[in-house]
Ligand binder design. Structure first.
Ligand SMILES: Cc1cc2nc3c(=O)[nH]c(=O)nc-3n(C[C@H](O)[C@H](O)[C@H](O)COP(=O)(O)O)c2cc1C
Length: 267
């Protein structure tokens, strides 16, 4: 069975083709530290034989969301402990680096000030509009932060950098959400400009690491953030040319309303 055979991707050998996908557990500490519970969860998966484990939604910035975070050198050690544990069973570890589809600095400040009503309304606003309001300078800064996060992951002996092509990246790629009229909006080339800039910057920052890209596809029925089915094969080739070693093709589901992805279950 091929699924249990080794495979070499981006110069690294994976012992089999069984992947544990990025799946935020909420097990980490509020500050994003990989704690005992989180470590035990992923180590158990490695012990069970999974060849490649992706740690979902790793934040390159401080945020109040309950996800792993790797925005400061002091956080490297806990990621290294996890990598060591997983490697002990022969599995590879990836971190899925993401940026949310909201202005985290504004939201963090409101949250810290306890202004929860304003947090809520800003969040609702940003989910639809941040993609069109974020400036090219801010996009450059976001790339810098994501690359710094990748470098920390490398220092922690993580094997793969997985770029979360949904969330902000997917919103920018989207023919539905992105209504910009600058070089980041309009044609497929413009909408995917940020994603490709990010991949190239990552490749330059951590050339020895395997680069994975989660490629969300909008189907006629569902999803808003990502590219259309017709655009996906073209974009996939551009991603490969930019340096992506591995694609994780998925139903676009992260951006917008849950109901975009999961149909109502009642009548
Ligand atoms: C609780 C939960 C958390 C998830 N967190 C993430 C995440 O952080 N990043 C991500 O890309 N996908 C996330 N997903 C989506 C999963 O990776 C996966 O694509 C989804 O469960 C569909 O699985 P399937 O592709 O095997 O059908 C999450 C899914 C669930 C149920």
């Amino acid at each position: 069975m091929n699924i249990l055979k080794p495979i070499t991707i981006g110069g690294q050998e994976f012992k089999n083709r069984v992947l544990f996908p990025p799946l935020t557990t909420g097990y980490e500490d509020k500050d994003g530290t990989i704690n005992e519970q989180s470590r035990a969860f992923y180590t158990r998966l490695a012990k069970g034989g999974v060849g490649y484990i992706v740690l979902g939604d790793v934040a390159p910035i401080p945020s109040f969301a309950v996800t792993p975070k790797l925005y400061d050198d002091s956080q490297i050690d806990c990621f290294r402990q996890l990598a060591d544990n997983v490697h002990a069973y022969g599995a590879k570890l990836g971190v899925q680096i993401f940026h949310p589809e909201y202005n985290s600095e504004v939201l963090n400040a409101l949250f810290a000030a306890g202004k929860m009503e304003e947090v809520r309304s800003q969040l609702h606003h940003d989910m639809d509009h941040f993609v069109n309001e974020v400036t090219p300078e801010e996009l450059d800064q976001i790339i810098d932060k994501m690359c710094a996060c990748a470098l920390r992951a490398q220092q922690a002996s993580v094997d793969v950098v997985s770029i979360h092509g949904d969330r902000l990246v997917g919103a920018l790629c989207s023919p539905i959400m992105n209504t910009r009229s600058d070089e980041f909006g309009g044609s497929l080339e413009n909408r995917t400009r940020f994603a490709l800039m990010l991949v190239k910057a990552m490749k330059a920052a951590v050339p020895e690491m395997v680069i994975e890209y989660k490629l969300p596809v909008i189907t006629p029925e569902r999803g808003k953030g990502g590219v259309s089915i017709d655009e996906a094969p073209i974009f996939a080739q551009w991603l490969e040319q930019a340096g992506v070693d591995m694609l994780h093709v998925a139903q676009a589901n992260h951006t917008g309303n849950m109901a975009d992805t999961i149909p109502p279950m009642g009548v």
